[in-house]
Design a protein around this ligand. Structure first.
Ligand SMILES: *Cc1c(COP(=O)(O)O)cnc(C)c1O
Length: 450
């Protein structure tokens, strides 16, 4: 299986190279040349497969970089936690992706990538510096995933004022091969610093790689839980369609869903819910894409993204070309996009009201990101009532205990702390601080890692 770049000026590469490079040399993003098709039997069997087994089966469709046995080992080790599907009301469900060590859905991709890249690096006897920008949760998921992996060092940039104390402590208390920089700027500034470093020939010797959602290794494992959930709430083996709602920021999570869909998962509609960063809902509506700079600060802070990297992939799969600067060089098939996606922007006010109403009506605790999703799903069913009885699943992307103040204030309930978060306060933090200044960042990288 080969992978091509969305900018179409870089050579096709193997999965191993796509994983190690992250971004393509032409600054495009990798996608599989052919999205593997799942048979009806595959979809029928999915409902009987435990999560790690299904993950290995799905991932083994993407070529022979790893043997099926290796994938089974990686997945059994990576996915050793629960993946609860909660029935909320009627045929509507919440898929809780918050049971990993960093209590966010990003563990699913990061834990696979850490193990996969670790194996490749060891095979090739190489060393790698993983450089990543985080809007809140990627950083801790990536840091946990690579913690202690031989041959790999990790540096995470986070926006000082946009991550919660708990999110920060999840990264800064790890130590070992994992370091952090607190940037006096926004997530987009962090991402711009990282992207510039990747493109900087002076830094080639550092062997930089990205574990952001631009790495294809983030997307492939994120297609698995859609198949897992759909197979358990609908008869997908016989073609029954589901509605899937994805609270979205950088659109990596949604791209996992789109890969599953293009591979044959029967989906009636993707409900794409954003916070006040509504550049994608506006684009789907008008066909005109305008990034939002600076991105808007919302309580669903991991989705404060004004120019989502993965939109380039979505546009590519629908026949268009969006480059890394946000220029729409060729428009995608907007009719096809609108047929498959219903995009909606949810305000903070509505997000808070949804946390409250879901708790009051269903005794179910959700946090701001999941609430953006649930509000989006309700908006969809109000708009398209004829689908009200279809099987639907909305992703809960983080644990409510990661946003204790908001959840407590709104519901009066203190969200129970999972074990992975409960011992953070007693551990010492360690991180460096920096202004948004590329030259200073570069000097720092050379000093620390060269
Ligand atoms: C990263 C993140 C999102 C957004 O996911 P994308 O793949 O960037 O769209 C949503 N919720 C939480 C909790 C996150 O950490």
């Amino acid at each position: 299986m080969k992978f091509y770049s969305t900018n179409k000026s870089a050579p096709e590469v193997s999965l191993a190279d796509a994983l190690l490079q992250g971004q393509a040399p032409d600054r495009g993003l990798y996608l599989p040349v052919q999205i593997p098709k799942m048979s009806a039997d595959f979809l029928k069997n999915a409902s009987q497969m435990p999560y790690p087994e299904l993950a290995a089966a799905v991932l083994s469709q993407y070529g022979d970089t790893f043997s099926h046995a290796e994938l089974q080992e990686i997945c059994a080790d990576a996915y050793d936690f629960d993946v609860p599907i909660e029935n909320v009301s009627g045929r509507r469900h919440i898929l809780r992706l918050d049971r990993g060590p960093s209590a966010s859905f990003k563990d699913f991709a990061a834990r696979f990538m850490g193990r996969a890249i670790g194996r490749l690096v060891n095979r090739q006897n190489r060393e790698l510096l993983i450089l990543t920008a985080t809007s809140g949760d990627t950083g801790s998921a990536v840091a946990h995933a690579f913690l202690g992996v031989k041959g790999i060092r990790v540096l995470v940039l986070f926006p000082r004022d946009e991550v919660s104390d708990r999110q920060r402590k999840q990264m800064t208390t790890l130590g070992d091969n994992v370091s952090m920089i607190s940037v006096d700027g926004k997530f987009d500034d962090c991402q711009a610093l990282v992207k510039r470093a990747f493109a900087d020939a002076d830094l080639a010797r550092l062997n930089l790689s990205s574990a952001n959602s631009i790495n294809i290794g983030r997307l492939l494992p994120q297609s698995v839980y859609y198949i897992y959930a759909a197979s358990r709430i609908a008869d997908i083996g016989n073609g029954e369609k589901v509605i899937i709602c994805v609270p979205s920021g950088n659109f990596g999570n949604l791209m996992g869903a789109v890969l599953a869909f293009k591979g044959g998962l029967p989906v009636e509609k993707f409900v794409v819910a954003t916070n006040a960063n509504d550049e994608v809902p506006l684009f789907v509506e008008s066909g005109v894409y305008r990034k939002i700079e600076p991105s808007r600060v919302c309580i669903s802070n991991a989705m404060n993204v004004g120019h989502p990297s993965n939109l380039a992939r979505l546009v590519d799969l629908y026949g268009g070309h969006l480059d890394e600067t946000g220029a729409m060089l060729k428009k995608p098939d907007m009719d096809a996009l609108r047929r498959d996606f219903y995009a909606v922007s949810i305000s903070d006010e509505k997000t808070r009201a949804t946390i409250r109403s879901v708790y009051e009506k269903y005794a179910t605790l959700i946090e701001p990101h999941g609430a953006v999703g649930w509000a989006g799903l309700e908006t969809y069913f109000n708009d398209v009532p004829q689908h009200a009885n279809m099987a639907a699943v909305c992703l809960e992307t983080a644990h409510p205990a990661k946003f204790p103040d908001e959840v407590r204030r709104i519901t009066g309930v203190e969200p129970p702390l999972p074990a992975c978060l409960s011992d953070l306060d007693s551990k010492p933090e360690s991180f460096d601080s920096m202004k948004v200044d590329y030259e200073a960042f570069k000097t720092y990288l050379k000093g620390k890692y060269q």
